[in-house]
Design a protein around this ligand. Structure first.
Ligand code: NAD
Ligand code: DAU
Length: 354
């Protein structure tokens, strides 16, 4: 089996769902269930014996040590993190604690377990660390896209804490030989995306007749990848990646924020027209910029394509249409997230402690 951390979050839950749809190999899902963890994302797995959920902190060495001995996973896929840049500006402490300290503890407990494995199992073991393109910092308009050789220049407490965790992962490989893999993905979007991030926030606010807040001039550029394409890339890296290597993941879909918000409004105008006949664009409001706002991210994904044969399946047009439709079809999920009732899911449906 494999152990996934943070498998109740946005990307983690998509990964768990896709994995179990394609493989008989079980998943042990360790998630602390912060505000970003939502077990409702995984409700379709409730009676699936291939999904074992444990609520807990990846930095809890006693808990993790017990789980590793009991379940002997052949790999760990580390999604768990504090992930929202705006929150990192207001509460950087949580990001240092989770993304640096808890990731370090996860690595230490993993290393202790890995040291006990027979030689063949040690060789086959993988620790896949999910990082971000934000560790490379910000690009100017005409700069080439980030390659794996780009220097680290994180600008927010979030990206700085992710960069620190990347270095700890690198050191675990270089010093102790732990077979690690690190990926740097661009902005994801798709089902189960928590509506504090740009795309789901715009859809949810539009439908609720609320303002669509665009930071600054709206001309910042992000490079968007449909979440299921990220998951397929991670499966590929886990299967065929070379230990100690890093891989960039992206779909080559650069858009300015304002362009993206217009696209969402246009799709909603078609799929769910406003009752007053106006366009959702009338709800757009330019607001104060995010402090230290990175201007542009862009990923060069040639290495993963060349070495591992991975390519995204979705274009931006197909992915964003599916995403808008998903939110239109899941009003109950939105309501539970907004009222906070998704947090009661664990008490109602999962009583199994560690
Ligand atoms: P998310 O915030 O939606 O989910 C994070 C999950 O981690 C939650 O379920 C939370 O409960 C869990 N968690 C937090 N602290 C934990 C701890 N100490 N122990 C166990 N679980 C814990 O995040 P996401 O958007 O799904 O991102 C997943 C990973 O991918 C993160 O590492 C993030 O840095 C990285 N990433 C995200 C994007 C993106 O666009 N969302 C892009 C590139 C990389
Ligand atoms: O690049 C990968 C990163 O993408 C991940 O590592 C992060 O975990 C993920 O949150 C995301 O970071 P961003 O800061 O790029 O995503 P966010 O959705 O918060 O913002 C996207 C862009 O939209 C950014 O330029 C800020 C802007 N924005 C965001 C919000 C929430 C707005 O203009 N208005 C908003 O209300």
């Amino acid at each position: 089996m494999i152990l996934v951390t943070g498998g109740a979050g946005f990307i983690g839950s998509n990964f768990v769902l896709d994995w179990l749809a394609q493989s008989d190999e079980p998943i042990l899902n360790l998630d602390k269930l912060t505000y970003a963890g939502n077990l409702e994302n995984l409700c379709s797995l409730q009676n699936n014996p291939g999904h074992i959920f444990v609520q807990g902190d990846m930095g809890n060495d006693q808990l993790l040590g017990t789980l590793l001995v009991r379940h002997t996973p052949r790999a760990i896929v580390n999604f768990a993190a504090e992930s929202h840049v705006d929150r990192s500006i207001h509460s950087p402490n949580d990001f240092v604690q989770t993304n640096i300290v808890s990731t370090f503890q996860l690595l230490e407990t993993t290393r202790a377990y890995w040291n006990t494995l027979p030689t063949q199992a040690q060789k086959a073991f993988r620790f896949l660390h999910i990082s971000t393109d934000e560790v490379y910092g910000s690009l100017d308009k005409d700069d080439p896209a980030f390659t794996e050789q780009h220097r680290y220049a994180p600008n927010s407490p979030y990206s700085a804490s992710k960069a620190a965790s990347d270095h700890l992962v690198r050191a675990a490989h270089h010093t102790y030989g732990l077979p690690t893999l690190t990926t740097h993905c661009s902005n994801n979007y798709g089902p189960y995306h928590f509506p504090e991030k740009l795309i789901p926030l715009m859809i949810v606010n539009a439908l609720a007749d609320k303002p669509l807040p665009v930071y600054g001039d709206g001309l910042q550029v992000r490079d968007w990848l449909y979440v299921k394409d990220h998951c397929s890339a991670l499966r590929r890296v886990l299967h065929a990646g070379t230990p100690g290597q890093t891989y960039n993941i992206g779909g080559g879909n650069e858009r300015t924020n304002i362009e993206l918000v217009h696209t969402i409004c246009t799709l909603l105008d078609k799929l769910h027209p406003k009752k007053d006949g106006q366009s959702y664009q009338t709800q757009i409001r330019f607001v104060t910029d995010r402090p230290g706002h990175d201007r542009r991210y862009a990923i060069n994904a040639e290495k993963i394509e060349r070495e591992l044969g991975w390519k995204p399946a979705e274009t931006f047009e197909t992915g964003i249409r599916k995403t808008v439709q998903w939110y239109l079809d899941h009003s109950e999920w939105i309501e539970h997230v907004q009222t906070g009732s998704y947090r009661a899911w664990i008490e109602k449906h999962y009583t199994e402690p560690a």
